[in-house]
Design a protein around this ligand. Structure first.
Ligand code: NIG
Ligand code: FE
Length: 404
């Protein structure tokens, strides 16, 4: 007896294959009981043990594909206000740094978030989670970092927790007090404020798992970033690093040295940096939507894959990169970073889960949580191939049909 059987799928991808790109089946089925996968494989084998007619719910997936739910390991999905004017300014040639230096960018979002009520923050995030779910995301990381003072950073993290409780998508909270230097402060004084005031308050409330810094030219130096990450570790928060997005200053090596769970962006990382990441077991998270929006060169995924790095991808959904879609991220990973559709899928599922320290997610093995998507296409290649089209028809989270 099972709660859900999805049968006769044209393709079912379990996850990364051993000695082959993917572990996958054709004419396949998957059975779910008590939120977990109890069988996955050829339809005749699965339905012999778990007949569709005995299941509480059965989905005939003829002509369709079953994939692990997408895991989006890097977003700034909680914000308020609107920055579409900056999209236009960037199209006319303004750079991200010029906008930030003029008090726009992150600093504009900070002003909006400080003014927003708690209810607005929660409802804004819930709206974005709805869109992400409709695009096949079942787990997402969301960062604070548009408060830049203790009170607002805590309000953001509380809103993230509230939205997580209300929404079927699992939300993993990251504290990012070191997202920008607030206006009127210098970077050293603000670094000290993050360490002395924000981190202890966040740790006391137990509302964040990771501690992220924007280690970037003109934002936080490697030394300032190191102090923030080390202070976070003393409070039990695991490091993550925004590294080498706009310039090469050493953030990738910092991630390796501090044992970060992931190093993200990596547009300017060198081979030497990537060797250090691989050796330290840090997951590289690439954000092709950001490079696309900035008109920047994409990260060198091929070089990273050649080094055996478990490359992950994320949307980086934020007001500067307004995409909820892990499908679009996979299209960009293929077209712009020359990843294969199989590599892009693994990057958006299994490796993305590793970037959040969720080893049990991102694969459809027996015993794993039943987080999966049914896409209206005959195989996984169509997800990146049909760029700009959302093929997700049904989403199942912990065995429950939560979309479609
Ligand atoms: O990952 N680079 C820093 N943080 C975000 C952008 C946030 C924003 O512009 O609001 C990023 O791209
Ligand atoms: Fe980011």
């Amino acid at each position: 007896m099972s709660d859900l059987v999805i049968h006769d799928a044209a393709e079912l991808v379990v996850g990364k294959g051993e000695g082959k790109p993917l572990e996958r089946y054709e004419n396949a089925a998957i059975a779910v009981a008590e939120g977990k996968i109890v069988a996955a494989g050829p339809t005749d084998e699965v339905t012999r043990e778990y007949p569709a007619e005995n299941a509480t719910e059965a989905i005939n997936a003829t002509g369709k594909t079953v994939l692990p739910g997408f895991v989006d390991p890097h977003t700034h999905a909680l914000f308020a206000g609107d920055r579409s004017d900056e999209f236009e300014a960037k199209l006319r040639g303004k750079t991200y740094q010029e906008i930030l230096a003029a008090g726009g960018g992150i600093l504009k979002s900070v002003r909006s978030v400080r003014k927003a009520s708690d209810e607005t923050l929660v409802s804004n995030l819930l709206g974005h989670l709805d869109r992400m779910l409709a695009n096949g995301t079942t787990t997402v990381e969301v960062k604070s970092g548009y408060g830049l003072d203790t009170e607002t950073e805590l309000r953001m993290l509380a809103a993230i927790r509230e939205a997580d409780e209300q929404h079927p998508v699992d939300v993993i909270p990251t504290f990012m007090g070191a997202h920008a230097v607030p206006q009127g402060m210098d970077a050293d004084d603000y670094t000290q404020a993050v360490i002395d005031e924000q981190l202890p308050a966040v740790a006391e409330q137990g509302i964040a798992e990771f501690n992220d810094v924007f280690c970037e030219e003109g934002v936080f130096s490697v030394e300032q970033s190191r102090r923030i990450l080390e202070a976070g570790m003393e409070h039990g928060l695991t490091p993550k690093v925004h590294a080498e997005e706009l310039a090469h200053i050493g953030g990738t090596k910092l991630a390796a040295e501090t044992g970060a769970t992931s190093a993200d962006h990596l547009l300017h990382s060198t081979e030497d940096d990537i060797s250090a990441l691989v050796e330290a077991g840090v997951i590289p998270v690439l954000l092709p939507g950001t490079a696309f929006g900035l008109g920047a060169e994409f990260a060198d995924a091929e070089m990273m894959l050649d080094h055996g790095a478990p490359v992950a991808i994320a949307t980086d959904f934020n007001p500067n990169c307004h995409s909820h879609s892990m499908g679009f991220a996979q299209s960009l990973a293929c077209v712009e970073m020359r990843m294969t559709p199989a590599q892009a899928l693994v990057a958006a599922t299994e490796h993305a889960a590793l970037a959040l320290d969720r080893q049990h997610l991102g694969r459809l093995d027996v015993g794993a949580p039943a987080d999966l998507v049914v896409v209206d296409a005959p195989n996984h290649v169509h997800v990146p191939y049909q760029y700009g089209t959302n093929l997700v028809e049904t989403v199942v989270k912990n065995g429950e049909r939560v979309f479609g």
